[in-house]
Write a protein that binds this ligand. Structure first.
Ligand SMILES: [Zn+2]
Length: 184
């Protein structure tokens, strides 16, 4: 009888500690979320690869323009309003803090023609090598380690390229951050 009472007491202590540890864990998650500011610029590794992409595409006779890279949460919210509370067509499905652009981990590109016009055309073959210029750029980007929005199962975002370093948007929202040093 006394022995059972002791084990019950131990069980209660363990339960109490487990609850305490869980509360501490949740509070520290929330603390990290509140105290990790959103980035204000491109992640240096992604910026380096963005520049490499422009250079390598140019070497193949394809000129690209980066139409968007870092986007603040406020800019993202403003973009989200487009086609909803504001005029225009819907260009994004996510609000501020929900896009890899908000963490400086994504870029959008378009093709720039010799006459200076910017086009979103997946078929053009202006360097005349029998391959779609757009898909050549995507190929270079993937070799550099980018993930392509055109591969997404749901909404396809053809100009979009991102490096998420294995971090989900939720993890980024909770203050997790990818490396920012240029690796060798
Ligand atoms: Zn994008």
């Amino acid at each position: 009888m006394a022995k059972e009472f002791v084990s019950l007491k131990i069980f209660k202590s363990i339960l109490f500690l487990a609850i305490l540890a869980s509360i501490f864990y949740l509070v520290s998650l929330e603390w990290k979320k509140r105290n990790t500011p959103l980035p204000t610029e491109m992640n240096p590794i992604v910026a380096e690869n963005r520049d490499l992409l422009i250079q390598k595409a140019s070497e193949k006779g394809i000129n690209i323009v980066i139409t968007d890279d870092f986007r603040s949460a406020a800019e993202q919210d403003r973009l989200y309003e487009q086609g909803r509370s504001r005029e225009g067509t819907i260009v994004t499905h996510v609000e501020g803090g929900e896009s890899y652009h908000n963490y400086g981990l994504a870029i959008d590109f378009a093709l720039k023609l010799d006459d200076g016009s910017v086009v979103w055309n997946l078929e053009r073959d202006d360097n005349g090598n029998g391959q779609s210029d757009w898909m050549e750029v995507v190929g270079i980007a993937k070799d550099l380690g980018f993930e392509w929005g055109g591969d997404w199962a749901g909404f396809k975002d053809y100009p979009h390229l991102e490096m998420n370093f294995g971090l989900s948007i939720r993890e980024l929202q909770y203050g997790e951050r990818p490396p920012s040093n240029i690796r060798n």
